[in-house]
Design a protein around this ligand. Structure first.
Ligand code: MEV
Length: 330
């Protein structure tokens, strides 16, 4: 039987995390690290999954029986299998087939670091399963099905990760309840970025809940911070469109300070952000929910020096190109 390979990229949030939960826009971008789903149609209705490639550097790597267990963005410890299984279930209902399939998942990224791997797993599986059954779904359809998978597996999920991994490029995302606005941003020049990863101390779910509590206690202060993050996102979008990297960097610094003011940064993240800036980054910030996870540094110059400085600081680093293709059949 013929094999189909679908792939979907990881992502970083450039601007606007946390404020996006309160209806402000965020800027997210795909990275050049992908998840691959290899599907082969079977002659029966059995679903066979092989996902041994889903690992985490240093932390959260565990197995239940033969299943790899991953820590999702929302912090629940769930078998990676759950995303793949649910993706097949949801797609099979959508396209109206119950055909069996062998699915193998490969990853070029650390899992559970906040790079959107679970969304990329869901989205690449959806595309591969549909295609092997002779359905070519639209990217928006895949994004919505992927969001459904994340919601059903995690209980709660933001549409950011599934949107960016399905559509790719640079996206401005805004969501209120069930409505998602996804606006592509045309970025012409290359934006060189370094990603540094430190162990996560807290889960996304807990960080989001902590912020909510602060907003409930002191709305007059914390909603102002959200509004300022929202304003920063709008200015950052212009800097991005004008390819003004110095300005973009200083908005990254501003966004980081506002996230720190919300209380979602950590000593390790702050240190790393300053190490990158001291070594020559145009700007740097934590990305994602905070409480550990990833830092991004804008590095059009001195990338080697900055990378070495971050490594000396005990960080796993990688370089990435931004704005890669969304989900596709290889
Ligand atoms: C986490 O990657 C992003 C947050 O804004 C949460 C969300 O959007 O649901 C912190």
């Amino acid at each position: 039987n013929k094999k189909v390979i679908a792939s979907a990229p990881g992502k970083v949030t450039l601007f606007g995390e946390h404020a996006v939960v309160y209806g402000y826009p965020a800027l997210v971008v795909s990275i050049d690290k992908r998840i691959y789903a290899i599907a082969e149609k079977r002659n029966d209705d059995v679903i066979k999954i092989n996902a041994r490639d889903l690992r985490v550097p240093g932390i959260v790597i565990s197995y239940i029986g033969n299943e790899v267990v991953l820590e999702t963005d929302y912090g629940l410890i769930l078998p990676a299998i759950a995303y793949i299984n649910k993706a097949i279930e949801v797609t099979s209902k959508y396209i109206g087939t119950k055909a069996g399939v062998n699915i193998e998942i490969r990853s070029e990224m650390p899992v559970g670091a906040g790079l959107g791997t679970s969304a990329a797993v869901a989205v690449s599986t959806i595309a591969a399963y549909a295609y092997v059954n002779e359905y070519e779904l639209k990217k928006e359809e895949i994004a919505n099905l992927g969001w459904q998978v994340e919601k059903e597996v995690q209980g709660i999920a933001s549409p950011m990760d599934t949107s960016i991994t399905a559509i790719g490029g640079f996206l401005k995302i805004k969501y209120i309840d069930k409505t998602v606005e996804r606006t592509p941003i045309e970025v012409k020049e290359e934006i060189p970025l370094l990603i540094g990863y430190v162990e996560r101390e807290s889960r996304t779910k807990d960080m989001v809940a902590m912020v909510r509590k602060k907003i409930e206690s002191y709305p007059e202060i914390y909603m102002k911070i959200m509004e300022l993050i929202g304003n920063t996102v709008e200015k950052a979008e212009s800097a991005l469109l004008n390819n003004n990297l110095h300005e973009l960097g200083s908005f990254m610094n501003l966004n980081h300070s506002l996230l720190d003011a919300l209380g979602v940064s950590t000593r390790r993240l702050n240190e790393l952000v300053y190490v990158a800036r001291d070594a020559g980054a145009y700007g740097s910030k934590l990305t994602g929910a905070g409480g550990g996870g990833c830092v991004i540094a804008l590095t059009p110059e001195n990338q080697d020096v900055i990378e070495t400085a971050m490594k000396l600081h005990g960080t796993l680093t990688f370089r990435t190109k931004l704005g890669t293709d969304g989900v596709k059949i290889e």
